[in-house]
Design a protein around this ligand. Structure first.
Ligand code: 13P
Length: 306
């Protein structure tokens, strides 16, 4: 089916009291696992790819267009509502190319920019994107990030509720990612969420709120966060780990002198990527349920026109 505007997917989620997941993929195989999971749960989903972990040269030399083509192709055959997000681009130009490549939602990562530059860039992105019916997400504040040495919060800054209201009004963004204690790429620990701050942002900002760092977001905080305006969780690290675990056990089980044509690229059950996809899809399904998104396909009413 055609791509569904992100505003509509998030609007339905907000009015019906659940959140959608953006489950970050990195290639066709991982994207297929996300879509399979969403279809099995009959849940609307945000498919897509992120620029943050990807080699900039690869992206510049046609990678963005390849990712857009993969995403559009899978979305076209989807039985559930799909938005296609190009997440956390490094530059305005990459986001513009994402629009040309067929993504119907883009996000520019201005976490470490000075606020004035961020406003100018996001406003310009909104101008260009909205002309093409593409949604824009932006983030105000910066998340702490897990490193090999532990959580690095030296560049972290919490979202200020008043600044958030100004930022949304000045830029025209369609949804806002917030920093309320959530942490990027943190495995095996849970972040500590500042619900009071989230509530203050919710009081001042009327666009749907987004939580990045879904891997370490505490399950017990999901429902309260949804009640305070969160309509999308972004998840990455835990999904790559699930995929990796599947690959590792399948390749280990193959033993020496493997039959590579059976194990790689066959798309049969013997393919090592099939087990990896299954473990990833199982994780996506459990998160969809956690976010209350299961069975929501087609159940919400369209927002009234006008
Ligand atoms: P995690 O890798 O911590 O789940 O965060 C992913 C993310 O925020 C992508 O935007």
């Amino acid at each position: 089916m055609p791509l569904v505007p992100l505003q509509r997917i998030l609007g339905k989620a907000r009015s019906d009291g659940y959140a959608v997941g953006y489950f970050e993929a990195w290639d066709a195989c991982s994207l297929e696992a996300v879509l399979t999971a969403a279809e099995a749960e009959s849940a609307p989903v945000v498919l897509g790819f992120g620029a943050m972990m990807v080699d900039g040269k690869w992206l510049e030399s046609g990678g963005i267009e390849v990712l857009g083509a993969i995403g559009r192709s899978y979305a076209a055959s989807s039985s559930v509502d799909v938005s296609l997000l190009f997440n956390e681009t490094h530059t305005l130009d990459q986001a513009r190319r994402g629009i040309d490549a067929g993504f119907n939602a883009v996000m520019i990562d201005t976490e470490h920019w000075c606020p004035e530059d961020a406003i100018v860039a996001v406003k310009e992105l909104c101008r260009v994107a909205h002309q093409s019916g593409v949604a824009v997400e932006a983030e105000l504040g910066s998340l702490a990030e897990a490193t090999a040495a532990g959580v690095d919060d030296s560049h972290a800054s919490a979202t200020d509720p008043d600044q958030a209201a100004l930022f949304v009004a000045e830029t025209g963004v369609d949804c806002l990612a917030v920093s309320v204690g959530n942490v990027h790429i943190l495995m095996d620990h849970q972040a500590s969420i500042d619900m009071e701050r989230l509530g203050s942002i919710h009081q001042r900002v009327d666009v749907p709120l987004v939580i990045h760092g879904g891997t370490s977001f505490p399950p017990a905080a999901v429902a309260p966060a949804i009640a305070l305006g969160v309509a999308k969780f972004n998840v990455g690290t835990v999904l790559k780990h699930a995929f990796w675990d599947g690959l590792e056990s399948a390749t280990r089980a193959a033993g020496p002198r493997p039959d590579v044509h059976r194990l790689l690229g066959s798309h049969k059950d013997s393919d090592v990527t099939v087990l990896a996809q299954e473990l990833m899809a199982a994780k996506v399904r459990s998160l969809i349920r956690q976010y209350g998104g299961s069975g929501r396909q087609g159940t919400a009413t369209e927002p009234a026109a006008g």
